[in-house]
Design a protein around this ligand. Structure first.
Ligand SMILES: CC(C)(COP(=O)(O)OP(=O)(O)OC[C@H]1O[C@@H](n2cnc3c(N)ncnc32)[C@H](O)[C@@H]1OP(=O)(O)O)[C@@H](O)C(=O)NCCC(=O)NCCS
Length: 320
């Protein structure tokens, strides 16, 4: 299942580490990518904080954190894009609190002996910090409106999608934007086979974009998923009755979220026909990088190459 962007507090969780040692002394080991759900790139700790002081007070576009009170106690308030709020108490050195990206966090009620150890997934980068709560609310409200409030959904393909899938495959106005001619000769049985195969296909992930009534609106895919090069090719085709309503914008945001946050890819790429103005308008407006396939002889190619790297996703594309 795709992660939802806005209900981030669902991802916040307490981590319990194994305690080693005996009555003479204790030892806790926290290894990146094992006990901690990310590779650790930065460590800092907070101590000597007055009990009335609130620390943190920011959200991060890129960094994930694990907070451990290695001594004393403190509390952490977490707020996500949809306004869900939760407060956690940290009081044991063998317990950590995992915080994903894009949650607002306040640390408060520090005990006198509190030493709060913070493990981070990223090196320090001030540009990924959102320190103004109003700005956090504005960004996340935009995110909710742009991505989630329309009732669209990405889901696995179902056999009953086959007929509407075939309709766009036989629709010249749709396939003229695609650089494959194979769709014209497809039959409904081919679509059903494709849908059935998609359920077991690990190299190519195909999703239906569905409306609020679960009606199929099109297919969005990551193809040729390459774990060695950590990349995949994006593709999208929407039924003509579902175009021009923001469905493409929604589907791209969700598939990029899936590519970078769930599959942890480094790059997504795709080609577009130079005369596909509608698609190019969408990709350009989202800030994806466009290049000539053959920069030395740009006029010879009928297509542009687009790409989105992991960094671009976090910096530009995710917070539309
Ligand atoms: C290209 C495609 C994915 C775009 O999805 P969509 O849901 O129709 O696009 P959206 O509604 O999200 O609109 C995206 C932008 O394109 C604009 N747009 C709509 N119709 C347009 C047109 N005919 N020409 C140029 N821009 C157009 C919209 O106004 C919107 O821009 P805005 O947000 O700045 O107002 C979809 O139309 C499609 O599947 N086309 C057929 C197959 C195809 O070409 N696939 C892409 C292959 S690379």
């Amino acid at each position: 299942m795709l992660q939802t962007i806005i209900h981030k507090t669902n991802e916040v969780r307490m981590l319990e580490f194994a305690e080693h040692g005996d009555d003479d002394g204790k030892l806790v080991i926290a290894e990146g990518m094992q006990d901690i759900p990310f590779a650790i790139n930065r460590v800092f700790y907070i101590y000597g904080t007055r009990p009335d002081v609130v620390r943190g007070q920011h959200a991060n576009k890129k960094s994930e954190f694990v907070l451990i009170n290695v001594s004393g106690t403190s509390k952490v308030r977490v707020i996500d894009a949809s306004g869900n709020e939760a407060v956690y108490s940290l009081s044991r050195p063998r317990v950590g609190l995992y915080l994903p990206t894009m949650v607002w966090k306040d640390m408060f009620e520090f005990s006198e002996d509190s030493v709060l150890l913070v493990l981070c997934s990223e090196h320090y980068d001030p540009t990924e910090y959102i320190r103004d709560y109003a700005e956090f609310k504005r960004l996340t409200a935009e995110l909710c409106n742009n991505v989630s409030d329309k009732g669209y959904n990405l889901r696995t393909l179902k056999p009953e999608d086959a007929c509407r899938m075939l309709e766009w495959m036989h629709d010249e106005s749709v396939i003229k934007g695609l650089n494959s001619q194979k769709f014209r000769c497809m039959q409904v049985e081919d679509c059903k086979r494709f849908i059935e195969k998609s359920h077991h296909d690990r190299e190519n992930r195909h999703f239906a974009v569905a409306d609020e009534n679960d009606k199929y609106m099109g297919t969005v895919s990551l193809k040729h998923i390459d774990t060695t090069f950590s990349n995949a090719e994006f593709s999208i085709a929407l039924h003509s009755d579902s175009q021009g309503k923001g469905v493409g914008r929604f589907a791209m945001a969700k598939i990029m979220e899936y590519a970078f946050e769930e599959l942890k890819l480094d790059e997504v790429y795709w080609n577009v026909l130079k005369n596909n103005m509608h698609a190019m308008h969408l990709y350009d407006s989202l800030g994806y990088e466009r290049t000539d396939l053959n920069p030395d002889r740009p006029n010879e190619d009928l297509q542009y190459r687009y790409r989105c790297s992991k960094d671009m996703y976090y910096k530009i594309c995710r917070f539309l």
